[in-house]
Design a protein around this ligand. Sequence first.
Ligand code: SAH
Ligand code: SF4
Length: 390
Amino acid sequence: MTANLLNFDLEGLAAFCEGLGEKRFRATQLFRWIHQRGASDFDQMTDLARSLREKLKTRAHVAALPVISEHISADGTIKWLFDVGDGNAIEAVFIPEDDRGTLCVSSQAGCAVGCRFCSTGHQGFSRNLSTSEILAQLWFAEHSLRQRQGTSERVISNVVMMGMGEPLQNYTALLPALRVMLDDHAYGLSRRRVTVSTSGVVPFIEKLAADCPVALAVSLHAPDDALRDQLVPLNRKYPLDELLATCHRYLASAPRDFITFEYCMLDGVNDSEQQARQLVDLVLRHSNGRTGWCKFNLIPFNPFPASGLVRSPREAVQLFANVLVSAGIVTTIRKTRGDDIDAACGQLAGDVKDRTFVAQRITAQRAKPVQIPIRSGPSESPRNARRTIQ
Ligand code: SAH
Ligand code: SF4
């Protein structure tokens, strides 16, 4: 087995080069070829000595993940489904906007947290992705988009760890991947433009602050522990007061002067005006009456059949936002992107029920040509009676 060089941050690659009896600085050249120029063939790397190239050919490789399918939404969002073996598939989503290009990256095949409203959570946990599997999503997306757009300029300006999985439950693989995203010899993204989204793994929020403080988004979804225990089961381990105190401490090292709280709007579950007021109290309680230390991002729930939950009506979301804004909390309502291709939050691998089914789906998708583009209107969820969580 040779080493996949996508597994290494610059420090790791330097150690690998030393192991080959080469000078550490060779790693910088190699790193640039791989990440800045998208090279995977060592013969392309003409400024490396032939002897090194020959050595690399026997000891290393640069391998992306096999692409099972690619879907392009009417709004330009692109979703790739990648095969990570043993019947597991993961997804990455590219979201183009006027002033930026964001890649939503997966960190695990499945997820062990098991949030009620998330299709990845319903799927269960298969395994952690390796650093190379996390980075392969960025490497592939960046370089295939550049090629497609006929440019050598950077296409992806932002990365959000908001795909499948809980990134802070895969910290060992995540950390080198983040370092490569930030490295000036690789993607050179600023800390403000790399966001880790977490359901609240408190000890690893603390570790991230010390090791690699990028922008932090925390998935809140409920204003009290009783409800959050049901929606985000990890809350039973790290309840709201502990989580918010940790978030507040993160600010000392954060690249931005606020934490983003994500809040998925579920009809009749967490979307009342009273719950919005409770949220305001929660935020105030943790900052001596200040509200400026956090922002809220209200996410319209993207329904999937097994959830039994319904998206909050637009008016309810607006009323909820008004309460937060009146208290001085900056609040945005997320525009849903790519939901015609099931690329919206929480819909990733949305029709996957179990691993056997994933395997069938991979085989079926392989038989089909890549589907480009699919154009249909965004799916509207039916308005049901108000829901209760069971
Ligand atoms: N595990 C991490 C990151 C991946 S989920 C986390 O939970 O933060 C990324 C975001 O998508 C989270 O805010 C999550 O709450 C949200 N999400 C999950 N399922 C969703 C759904 N069905 N509709 C809308 N947002 C959803
Ligand atoms: Fe896991 Fe995040 Fe989905 Fe919860 S919302 S199940 S933490 S991926």
